[in-house]
Design a protein around this ligand. Structure first.
Ligand code: MG
Length: 454
């Protein structure tokens, strides 16, 4: 089942006990720590935050990583089970040299992974990720001696620090006044505990579903429609205003409306943008595969959207460079730099509740008022060596489109767009099309499919 261990800019991912063993985790931490030591030569002792999602295998990997980091003279601040954005927030809050997050995000339980953060709370850029990978492959590690060994300490403030930051950017009183009925499904991941804490502070009446951090996922963890049937039922049963679903490391959020209807992850960023642009102009950033809804929302407010290659760090970097007021990805990942440069389900929940309170509307009404698009996502197997020639062939059939070639090709037309890119980790081409209606979106997809087939 395992296939190969995947090492990318965002870290390492594999199947625990198969290709992702405690020894592999130990070496990866040695490589990361050695890199940090090599670029902080004049600092006596470095601190690194370590957090994990709730997968049971995370404890074993955390022990390995802790052990390696202390052996090379780094102090580990263990945050325990926390969300992915929480680790980033604590890296900055505690002025650490870096962070390590043990998570395989939305992947099934047998998987786990290790994500690395630099002192800016962002994943290493490709050139640094390459240096760390080289150290890992060549076992090019530094070692501490009896005096310079690192220490391990526990920090239990992380949830509170994170929640404080979220509360600082929303109207807590306006939300609390509404006493929203909320169903929260955390899939027994890391998001349940801080999620409930935040929603309690926001005066919500909560129906918790799968909010224990056991790591025993109650359903397939990807927060997509087919996996959230029970959440939709719970929302109806509880006569709730809204249902929220987090993925296991709680960076992504999917939403169910008051009728128990899953509205789709693209709407999370659109609703967040709606709130932000209701009071200010400015620039947003979104990756090339994200719905055009955000452009319509930003344009209507006198703002605009910068499109970036796929990948959280690409969006976050563009946000910092352009001082963006909001950003994220269409997979339910919202980034607000005031919280941190990482997708965050907690701020996403708070933004959507704030928007409900501010407008006095039901969620289904808000969704109806957003621009309507139909999106189709497909993937086709393609030999890695042929991906570039396929992309070039596709380019020729859309000569009149506006083209963005920063990550594969995105072609924009008056009524929609299509984005075609080779996967970084698998021999496949991903194609996403969006248009005002389904037949137009399907036509774009079929045009590309014909090229791929030939
Ligand atoms: Mg995730």
């Amino acid at each position: 089942m395992a296939g190969e261990l995947i090492i990318s800019v965002s870290g390492l991912r594999g199947v625990f006990g198969d290709n992702l063993t405690p020894e592999v985790a130990a070496d990866y931490a040695f490589a990361f720590g050695s890199f940090l030591r090599s670029c902080n030569l004049n600092i006596a002792k470095l601190n690194v935050c370590l957090g994990r999602d709730s997968r049971p295998s995370g404890q074993i990997l955390a022990d390995s990583i802790s052990s390696s980091l202390t052996k090379i003279g780094i102090n580990v601040i263990n945050l325990g089970i926390v969300t992915t954005p929480t680790v980033g927030i604590m890296v900055k809050h505690l002025a650490c040299a870096g962070g390590v997050i043990i998570t395989a995000s939305h992947n099934p339980l047998p998987y786990n992974g290790i994500k690395l953060l630099l002192d800016n709370a962002m994943a290493p850029p490709p050139e640094i990720a390459g240096l760390i990978k080289n150290r890992f492959l060549k076992k090019d590690f530094v070692q501490a001696d009896s005096i310079t060994s690192g220490t391990v300490s526990q920090n239990v403030d992380a949830d509170d620090v994170h929640i404080e930051k979220v509360l600082a950017v929303i109207d807590q009183k306006a939300i609390a006044k509404k006493q929203f009925k909320v169903v929260l499904d955390s899939v027994n991941g890391a998001g349940g505990r801080p999620g409930i804490k935040l929603l309690n502070i926001l005066g919500c009446k909560i129906t918790p579903v799968n909010t224990q951090p056991t790591g025993l996922f109650a359903h397939t963890p990807e927060p997509s429609a087919e996996n959230l049937v029970s959440l939709c039922d719970e929302v109806k049963k509880a006569d709730a205003d809204i249902g929220f679903a987090q993925d296991p490391d709680a960076d992504r959020l999917a939403i169910v409306d008051e009728n128990g209807i899953y509205i789709g992850e693209e709407y999370t960023l659109a609703l967040a943008a709606k709130l932000i642009f209701s009071t200010q102009k400015g620039i947003a950033a979104a990756n090339l595969s994200t719905s055009r809804m955000i452009d319509d929302i930003a344009n209507a407010a006198g703002g605009r959207v910068i499109r970036t290659p796929v990948g959280e760090a690409n969006v976050a970097s563009a946000m910092i460079k352009n001082k963006c007021v909001i950003g994220g990805e269409g997979n339910g990942g919202v980034i607000d730099l005031r919280i941190g440069p990482i997708r965050d389900s907690l701020v996403s929940m708070a933004f959507v509740l704030h928007l409900l309170a501010q407008t006095g509307k039901k969620l289904s009404q808000l969704v109806t008022q957003l621009p309507r698009y139909h999106m189709i996502k497909q993937k086709f197997p393609a030999d890695k060596s042929k991906i570039q020639s396929i992309l070039e062939a596709v380019k020729k059939i859309f000569p009149d489109a506006q083209v963005n070639s920063s990550d594969g090709f995105r072609f924009d037309f008056a009524d929609g767009w299509i984005h075609i890119r080779g996967s970084n980790t698998e021999p496949i081409i991903r194609v996403i099309a969006e248009a005002k209606n389904e037949s137009a979106a399907r036509k774009y997809i079929e045009t590309v499919l014909n090229i791929v087939k030939n």
